[in-house]
Design a protein around this ligand. Structure first.
Ligand code: ZN
Length: 376
């Protein structure tokens, strides 16, 4: 089904309403709104995942494709924002890196003419993982094709990406502050303490805050982590049992994201069917990305849990350090404080180790065994 071409009229400024779903990236939104008027060949959005990249990119694509310059009201704007406009192609990696084959697909896409309008937008994710594909991408970035605008996404700009970055207008995205997230949650009807806990657990990511806010199991999982110091009794079996319980709860935490992925897949299938195609287009890329996001979600969940755990030990430390009954075994209190601050250190080290992505189950078990020495 192809829509009738929109009439060409003098394009106006892009509407900020295109970015209504983006939270806390005012600089980036401002830059993209300005860029939409006279776009250059390529943009590079740099920042950690979970900052609403998809809404940013699709809003920008709408501004670039809309015959009115980004009215936020027409069918072109609607489809671009919904991710179903054929002149917006999102290229995702399948596998650990962007492959040479995927880069070649980008080259071929850049050479084709837009299917509906005057322009097309090619979005390439995870460009920081381009490695062997980088020279191929670079080549197409160096041969501007008038009708194509590239939007590249990267978590960071490693040295080997410098040349690609130099061919693009770079736009920085920033994690949200806990205060900013809390404010957003509060204005969206989340009550005080819960808003604070959610903001802490979201780690600067609006995408994570949004999903956690809808997750009925959130408070219970947090309480489970807080209960750990009181439940370790010095035995290995208690440590192993708790580790299993915490891992299972981290696994449960992924379920809302899985549900979202299932609806995404259904929407993509329905869209393909409408175009007369059978099956999920680019199935491997979609499934790979969903799998990566789920894995990352579980790791973020563990990291948030570790933060709750170290706060629980810190609270105990503060309690021991506080004024106690005079003449009451000061030596014992000091031992206890040393023990508790060691526990805080061990938890923080484990949290840092999560980044290196070892076996999460082993890491958690080893942590709890070490914490077993600190009872109560
Ligand atoms: Zn429009």
């Amino acid at each position: 089904m192809s829509a009738a071409p929109e009439p060409r009229v003098a394009p106006g400024p892009a509407s900020p309403a295109l970015f209504a779903d983006v939270v806390g990236q005012a600089d980036a939104v401002g830059q993209l709104l300005a860029a939409a008027r006279r776009p250059v060949h390529a943009y590079l959005l740099v920042g950690p995942p979970g900052l609403g990249q998809q809404a940013l990119v699709r809003g920008f694509a709408a501004a670039l494709l809309c015959p009115r310059g980004g009215c936020a009201q027409c069918e072109v704007c609607r489809r671009a924002r919904a991710g179903v406009h054929p002149d917006v192609v999102e290229v995702e990696r399948a596998g650990a890196f962007v492959s040479v084959e995927q880069a070649r697909r980008v080259v071929r896409l850049a050479q084709r003419r837009p299917l509906e309008g005057h322009r097309q937008v090619i979005v390439v994710s995870d460009v920081h993982l381009a490695r062997l594909a980088a020279p191929v991408l670079l080549k197409t970035l160096e041969e501007p094709a008038g009708q194509t605008v590239f939007v590249l996404l990267a978590e960071a700009v490693p040295a080997e990406l410098a040349t690609i970055a130099s061919r693009c207008v770079r736009i920085e995205l920033h994690p949200l502050s806990a205060a900013g997230l809390r404010e957003w949650l509060t204005t969206h009807g989340v009550a005080g303490d819960l808003a604070r806990d959610l903001a802490d657990a979201a780690g600067g990511s609006i995408d994570r805050a949004r999903l956690l806010a809808e997750d009925a199991g959130f408070a219970e999982r947090r309480a489970l982590w807080r209960s750990v110091p009181g439940r370790l009794d010095g035995t290995g079996s208690a440590a192993a049992g708790l580790a299993a319980e915490l891992l299972a709860s981290a696994e449960d935490a992924v379920e809302p994201l899985r549900a979202r992925h299932r609806s995404e897949t259904e929407a993509l299938l329905a869209e393909a069917e409408q175009r007369g195609e059978r099956g999920l287009p680019r199935r491997k890329e979609v499934e790979d990305r969903q799998h990566r996001e789920e894995r990352r979600w579980r790791t973020d969940e563990l990291r948030a849990g570790f933060a709750v755990l170290s706060a629980a030990y810190r609270d105990r430390l503060v309690a021991v350090a506080g004024p106690g009954p005079a003449g009451h075994h000061p030596g014992r209190a000091e031992d206890r404080m040393r023990e508790l601050s060691r526990a805080v250190g061990v938890v923080e080290q484990s949290s840092a180790d999560l980044v290196r992505n070892p076996n999460e189950a082993l890491l958690l078990e080893a942590l709890l065994v070490r914490l077993s020495a600190v009872t109560g």
